[in-house]
Structure formats: structure tokens, C-alpha cells
Design a protein around this ligand. Structure first.
Ligand code: NAD
Length: 257
């Protein structure tokens, strides 16, 4: 039986959600083609993917078409087509600012990196005929797409855009047998998350109020991700994996003055 192939973009280190998903895919026999943001990240990404079935490791920054072309050329040279594309990228230069202070440039750049890049990369892979029939695309959202979460600021609307792109792309690509979904994990301490103001407090609060009295860990998230990637009946959906935290509304015990 041939090994399946997965392109995983979004590993920064071993805490990255994408690192967990790459490990799950590798354990299930996938070859992993991974990317790293820059030379500074390379050793962390190597460490995070040590022991996985990694066949290619490439630099990639959203918008760098030459770097994307190098990945495409590699896949052509190796006669590899992809069964999975994991998009685990987010960046917002003004994440700590209140929404009404955010500049258009920062919002626009964040939308490109964190949302539109999923469509951009998928489109280039299709044009290069590199997605197998039945291929599956998975991106990562957050409940801040639906609710205004304190500290999440500009990333909430960007995640709303991402989720709309998931639905739109899924409808367009269904006839090619390509599926597009998102997971929406509860808070996990990662490099990206550490840039969000008050994240540790949010994590602890969610742990206390979630029905399961804990937050989802990398294994929880990657197990669900693998099921979504493999299940040929799901597309255009956003799957919560948050120990139920988004199903509850708990207010502070502190009495208003
Ligand atoms: N950690 C959480 O609590 C949480 C919750 C819900 C959703 N998410 C989402 O999960 C995804 C993965 O984030 P994470 O928490 O694993 O953090 P992370 O920091 O480990 O991963 C973010 C990745 O984005 C990459 N990236 C940033 N800018 C880029 C650019 N211009 N070009 C290419 N890559 C770029 C980084 O190199 C990094 O690998 C993100 O979409 C994030 O919004 C995270």
C-alpha cells in the first residue's frame, strides 16, 4: 500500500497544534512535508518533527511564491501528490491593540497570513495538480470567530473570515472530491497564544468553567483532526474541540459594586 502524503504548514515547535497533528498523521503512515518560518525556527521545527516520517522540510513564509514553488517542484520531482494539507498559521501584528485602534495594514496582513493563505496555497496546489482525489484540507479557528473574547481583539473577525473561506472553498472543491474543514480548539499554550494579552488567565478560567474541568490538549486535538481528515463525509464544517467550554456561559463570582 502506498504511503499517503501530508503538507503541514504551521509547526513552530513541539507545542504547536500542527506538530501534534503531524505526529498523528505520521503514526498513521503519512509522509510529512513540513515547513519552517525562518532559519531561527529551523532547529525548533527539526526537534518537533524528530522521529516523524518527514520526507521534506522547507522554508515558507506566506506571500513568498518562490518558496511555495520550491515545495511544488519537490513534490513533482518526487512524483508525490498530497492527500492532506494542514494549514496551522496565524499572525496579527496588532493583536494586543483594541479593535478600534487596529490599522488597516495590520488587519489586511493578518487576514492574508491567517485566513486567505489557506485558499491561496490550496489554489496553487490544485493548479499544479498536486492534490489527490479525496484530499483533505484542515485549518484552525477559534470560538473568537463567533464571540468577542477579551484579548482576542482583531483575530476574532479574522477567524470569522477563515471560517467563511472554509465553507466557500468546501463548496467549490467538493466536485473534485476535495474536502475542507476547520477545527476550533479551546485555548492551548503555544507560541502564538503567548502573544495574546491575558492568555494564561483565560486558560485557567476555561479550565475551571468547562464542563470537563480541563482544556483540550494536543492529543485531543490531533485525534479529532485525524478523524476529520480521514472521514470522507465531512466538509465545510468547523469542529469544536474545547472540553465543552464554548457551550457554557459562566459569569464572575465577584458581585458588581
Ligand atoms: N493555541 C491556541 O489556544 C489556539 C486555539 C484555537 C486556534 N488556534 C489556531 O491554531 C493555529 C496554530 O497556532 P498554534 O497555537 O499552534 O501556535 P504556533 O505559534 O505554534 O503556530 C503558529 C504558526 O504560524 C506560523 N506563521 C506565522 N506567521 C506566518 C507567516 N507569515 N508565514 C508562514 N507561517 C507563519 C508560525 O511560524 C507558526 O508555525 C493558528 O491558526 C491559531 O490561531 C490556536
Amino acid at each position: 500500500m502506498r504511503h499517503k502524503n501530508a503538507l503541514v504548514i504551521g509547526i513552530a515547535n513541539e507545542d504547536s497544534i500542527s506538530a501534534g497533528i503531524a505526529a498523528e498523521l505520521s503514526a498513521n503512515g503519512y509522509n510529512i512535508i513540513a515547513t519552517y518560518l525562518n532559519e531561527k525556527a529551523l532547529n525548533h521545527v527539526k526537534e518537533a518533527t524528530k522521529g516523524l516520517r518527514v520526507t521534506g522540510l522547507f522554508p515558507y513564509r506566506v506571500g513568498n511564491d518562490e518558496q511555495l514553488q520550491d515545495i511544488i517542484d519537490y513534490l513533482h520531482e518526487e512524483d508525490m501528490r498530497l492527500d492532506v494539507f494542514v494549514h496551522g498559521i496565524a499572525f496579527a501584528s496588532e493583536i494586543t491593540k483594541d479593535l478600534h485602534d487596529v490599522s488597516w495594514k495590520s488587519f489586511k496582513d493578518s487576514t492574508r497570513v491567517s485566513a486567505f493563505s489557506m485558499v491561496e496555497i490550496t489554489g496553487k496546489l490544485i493548479k499544479a495538480d498536486l492534490l489527490n482525489p479525496g484530499a483533505s484540507v484542515l485549518t484552525m479557528s477559534y470560538i473568537g470567530s463567533l464571540l468577542a473574547v477579551e484579548g482576542y481583539n482583531m483575530m476574532g473577525p479574522v477567524k470569522s473570515i477563515l471560517e467563511a473561506l472554509v465553507r466557500g472553498l468546501a463548496c467549490e472543491l467538493g466536485s473534485k472530491g476535495i474536502r475542507v474543514n476547520a477545527i476550533s480548539p479551546g485555548p492551548v499554550m503555544t507560541r502564538a497564544a503567548s502573544g495574546i494579552k491575558g492568555f494564561s488567565t483565560l486558560l485557567e478560567f476555561i479550565r475551571q468553567v468547562s464542563p470537563l474541568k480541563r482544556t483540550a490538549n494536543l492529543k485531543d486535538i490531533s485525534t479529532l483532526s485525524y478523524e476529520i481528515l480521514s472521514n470522507r463525509s465531512v466538509t465545510g464544517s468547523v469542529f469544536l474541540v474545547d472540553c465543552g467550554s464554548s457551550a457554557t456561559l459562566r459569569v464572575s463570582q465577584n458581585k458588581p459594586e
